[in-house]
Ligand binder design. Structure first.
Ligand SMILES: Nc1ncnc2c1ncn2[C@@H]1O[C@H](COP(=O)(O)OP(=O)(O)OP(=O)(O)O)[C@@H](O)[C@H]1O
Length: 329
């Protein structure tokens, strides 16, 4: 089965919040939607969960007349006066499923989500991570085909967030779920999914793998939103770029002026390739694991790069290379 978002638009208070969204999401996969605050992520998920109607367009599936996602909310939305067991089984009780079946399903789901021993506690007796597991269990017990996750881990600290992301990946594989996960954290989107859609001002600007997004953003808006890149202004003459940092061939649609896109990671290397970039002096570097953030000076301009640890030394000059012909927006 494949889910299709076709020409989806949403207008509220005469303001266009979503503008002609078209997406194809195969079942048994995780699709991440990455966008800043206010870009329309929640508005989109509300439509996919049938909590709201779009102004135009449709959400359909080729094997399901009435596709509807189950939401897991950012703020958990647990019922404070109910125990974990009562929260998790709420949907089944509302659907009048018999008690024996409820108990059996609850046992399985509580175990899978590692909260069996918490079943008698109330939400205010749980940590944020535990509450999020309860919210997940409450959704999973309904056997959803499509799970919609709205920034579910944004209030967790970094370590726990990574743990929960891994957990979601495991759940996806175990239950063959289709998950649409919205977030404004790039690392969350990249860790979870190999297919990420960038939502800016209600428009899906690009859908690609994390690597392709980083190495080949299709617009300066996407490049700026992804951050972690140097943008160098210069002149263009016959597909050749002229600037203080780099002068040479580029890939561009601009004709007079543009900005050279140099992401911190991935495009500029110290290893020799066919595309010489520039010579720079290392001013400073900061270690973070296998990579270092290196600050270099090129003809008076400062450039940030992530390079393999110990590949350069402070106060030395090095020739740098591009992996491929760089892009100018
Ligand atoms: N009912 C409404 N009437 C008018 N404007 C609305 C309405 N609902 C949302 N908006 C506006 O639509 C835009 C998108 O809102 P939405 O909540 O979908 O964004 P978001 O990407 O989920 O943001 P966040 O990450 O902060 O939750 C915002 O500018 C918001 O103010």
């Amino acid at each position: 089965m494949t889910y299709y978002l076709k020409n989806l638009s949403q207008v509220k208070s005469k303001q266009k919040i979503l503008d002609n969204i078209n997406l194809e999401i195969p079942e048994d996969s995780i699709f991440a939607i990455l966008g800043p605050s206010g870009s329309g992520k929640t508005t989109l998920l509300n439509i996919l969960a049938q909590l709201d109607q779009p102004s135009s367009g449709e959400f359909i599936a080729d094997d399901d007349n009435d596709p509807k996602g189950i939401m897991v909310f950012q703020d958990y939305r647990l019922f404070p006066h109910m125990t974990v067991f009562q929260n998790v089984t709420f949907g089944l009780r509302m659907n009048k499923v018999n008690k024996k079946e409820i108990k059996k399903r609850a046992q399985e789901i509580l175990e899978v989500t590692n909260i069996s021993e918490l079943s008698k506690r109330y939400p205010d007796e749980l940590s944020g991570g535990q509450q999020q597991r309860v919210a997940l269990a409450r959704a999973l017990i309904l056997n959803p085909k499509l799970l919609l996750m709205d920034e579910p881990f944004s209030s967790l600290d970094e370590g726990l967030r990574k743990e929960m992301l891994n957990f979601v990946k495991q759940l996806q594989q175990k239950f063959h779920l289709t998950i649409i996960f919205v977030t404004h954290y790039k690392t969350e989107a990249y860790l979870l999914s190999n297919r990420v859609g960038i939502l800016l001002d209600g428009v899906i600007k690009q859908v690609d793998s994390p690597r392709d997004l980083e190495q080949s953003p299709n617009s300066i808006e996407v490049a700026k939103f992804l951050g972690q890149s140097n943008l160098i202004s210069g002149e263009i003459d016959n597909d050749r770029f002229q600037s203080n940092v780099y002068s040479g061939p580029v890939e561009t649609e601009q004709t007079e002026q543009g900005q050279l896109y140099l992401p911190y990671s991935g495009l500029v290397k110290i290893d020799e390739t066919s595309y010489p970039a520039f010579v720079g002096k290392v001013l400073n570097k900061a270690w973070f694991g296998e990579n270092e953030q290196v600050i270099i000076e090129v003809n008076g301009e400062t450039i940030f790069l992530n390079l393999p640890t110990d590949s350069v030394e402070v106060d030395h000059n090095y020739p740098f290379y591009f992996k491929k012909i760089p892009k100018v927006f």
